[in-house]
Write a protein that binds this ligand. Structure first.
Ligand SMILES: C[S@@+](CC[C@H](N)C(=O)[O-])C[C@H]1O[C@@H](n2cnc3c(N)ncnc32)[C@H](O)[C@@H]1O
Length: 581
């Protein structure tokens, strides 16, 4: 769990004051939240649309605002990777005396700084003990997300960071963060960095405490990071990162995403240059020129400081004046909140497996939760008789490569139709108003822009089959949902597998849901009965998980038990819905 400690909260008071973060203390209380570290609560009734926190973008820790921002941009490291590397320097190199961010970062990474800690490392499930991972075998986390495996990408990132740290040390005498000290990777070529990670290498690193600390820091970042805008990309947002998660959110994080990608401002010379440039067709040059000139300043600075990098006060002044005061993010309540209630943010519409992988916790009554049926589906398919194996493979291949995307669109258009029907009445009455407003404000351009955006979305959707990993996509759709219902994709796939050869090949029923409806009633009845039988066989194969009773010594046993109990609950609901024992 990436929780902070309530008794240490005063550590961030000074940071909050110094960086002009506005917290409406008259209506908010920060306190212990049962089972979830610290949380934020309403100390009075709070009406809808109240701004409860305001934070200047310059007070958000990002790869652009951190102390080594100039070095990161020279290496083209940005986003979450940039934050990861920057945190190592703020915590272990610049520390209290030189880091403008230390009070905040040492609060959220307190455990990582404590060399005598009594708790183990806070790591994603792939790094848990074999005993713990065994208990989660067969869950969605295992079947769909490969969450019980360690991932080699993190090793490549570690090697890259070590190599860069040695380079900066050589070029600008910048101290190497202790956890990146590893001579073996101190001078890697591009080729060596890209090379396949060997098992020996993996085993060696997986027995290093510094490497675990490196992963832990990455995991804490993953559990607290926010998407900011197209300039900063991601960031750690003090105070805002104290809101706990619930699928029913109380607040919205509001900010302008579309800012200038060069300087991060909402309006600036670069944007005008770009507009003018695009008219005369020279925007790229001008952009890169201004980009270079900005980098030149930073480069010169780093050259000047080559002898001895002095990080901070000056740089931090530059950071805090770099953005306009009105470049702020706001937290706004989206409905009335009652006094005493915890105020929740939502981290996304994620099943518990993803919550555990990204944030280290699971929640009960999660409407987005699922139980995987991939293993059970494959077992039943292996037992199908009456159709030859080649035919089954052909149908499955068609489903994975084409059918599933067509069905996805079919479901989406059904949903859109439903929404449109609901909205029709409202829209009709609003039409006159909109027409009037457009006339007044000359909004033709806006409408065109909106259309362009819609076209982009449609194009993007058309490309979906090219972008997603086909294996991951189809498996993700083979599940029981949180209400104990089989996924519509699984139902349709069972129909496809239950078809006769003629129904599949000649009538092409799989391509057209209308002809599926129109098919002769006796024929369809038989087909649906067969497919329901197959579906029930699959569901019947799903067994309840054994809840461990004697494993209290395992550090992650509470989350494991919670996860298994929740999946069992869904399986039981499903058995009831389908009258299975
Ligand atoms: C962004 S932080 C939220 C503040 C955090 N509770 C703290 O003490 O600093 C995210 C972390 O809070 C915890 N958390 C958030 N929502 C939770 C929930 N509904 N149940 C349990 N833990 C939760 C998890 O440890 C998660 O990694």
């Amino acid at each position: 769990m990436s929780n902070t400690v309530f008794s240490e909260i005063s550590k961030i008071d000074k940071f909050v004051r110094d960086t002009n973060i506005f917290v409406n203390k008259d209506i908010l209380t920060i306190k212990k939240a049962s089972g979830a570290g610290v949380g934020i609560f309403a100390s009075t009734d709070i009406p809808k649309d109240t701004i409860i926190v305001k934070i200047p973008k310059s007070s958000i820790f990002t790869s652009k605002t951190c102390t080594i921002n100039n070095l990161l941009s020279e290496e083209s490291i940005e986003g979450i990777m940039g934050i990861h590397l920057a945190v190592l320097y703020e915590l272990f190199v610049f520390k209290d005396s030189k880091s403008h961010w230390y009070d905040y970062l040492s609060f959220i990474f307190a455990d990582c700084l404590d060399n005598k800690r009594s708790t183990g490392f806070y790591l994603p499930p792939g790094y848990w003990s074999d005993e713990e991972k065994l208990l989660l075998k067969g869950t969605l986390l295992d079947c769909q997300y490969d969450g019980l495996k360690t991932h080699k990408d993190i090793i490549t990132i570690y090697k890259q960071f070590v190599s860069i740290a040695y380079k900066w040390n050589k070029e600008c005498d910048l101290e190497i963060p202790a956890i990146l000290k590893n001579e073996k990777y101190s001078n890697l070529t591009e080729e060596e960095l890209d090379a396949e990670i060997t098992e020996e290498e993996e085993n060696l690193l997986n027995s290093s405490l510094d490497f675990f600390k490196f992963i832990e820091i990455g995991f804490i970042i993953s559990s607290r990071v926010f998407e900011i805008d197209c300039y900063h990309l991601f960031g750690l947002v003090c105070i805002v990162d104290l809101f706990n998660h619930d699928s029913k959110e109380d607040i919205h994080f509001e900010n302008d995403y579309d800012v200038c990608e060069i300087c991060g401002k909402l309006e600036c010379g670069h944007m005008i240059e770009e507009e003018e440039g695009s008219e005369v067709g020279s925007s790229d040059e001008e952009h890169s020129e201004s980009d270079d000139s900005r980098n030149k300043d930073y480069n010169t600075e780093s050259e000047e400081e080559e002898e001895n990098i002095d990080v901070s006060d000056e740089d931090n002044d530059q950071i805090s004046t770099h953005h306009d005061q009105d470049d702020v993010c706001e937290i706004r309540t989206i409905h009335d909140i009652e006094k005493g209630n915890q105020i929740y943010n939502t981290y996304g519409k994620f099943p518990n497996a993803v919550l555990l992988l990204k944030y280290g916790f699971v929640v009960e009554n999660n409407p987005y939760d699922k139980v995987s049926l991939v293993k059970e589906f494959n077992e039943v398919v292996d037992m199908i008789s009456g159709i030859d194996k080649y035919d089954i493979e052909k149908r499955l291949r068609w489903w994975k490569e084409e059918g599933i995307f067509m069905f996805d669109e079919e479901l989406e258009s059904d949903e859109t139709d439903l929404e449109l029907n609901d909205e029709e009445d409202i829209e009709e009455s609003e039409d006159d108003v909109i027409e009037e407003e457009c006339e007044e404000e000359g909004e033709d351009d806006v409408i065109e822009e909106d259309n362009d955006k819609e076209n982009d979305v449609i194009e993007e959707e058309d490309d979906i089959s090219d972008e997603v990993d086909i294996e991951t996509f189809w498996k993700d759709k083979i599940y029981i949902d949180s209400f104990g219902e089989a996924s519509p994709f699984l139902e349709r796939l069972c129909i496809i597998l239950a078809m006769t050869k003629e129904q599949f090949d000649e009538k092409k029923l799989q391509l057209d849901s209308n002809s599926l409806e129109a098919i002769k009633s006796t024929e369809i009845k038989q087909l649906l009965a067969l497919s329901l039988k197959m579906l029930k066989k699959i569901l019947n194969k799903k067994k309840l998980y054994k809840i461990p009773e004697t494993h209290q010594h395992l550090p992650n046993i509470n989350e494991i038990k919670k996860m298994l109990l929740i999946e069992n609950d869904i399986i039981l609901k499903c058995k009831e819905n389908f009258n299975l024992q």
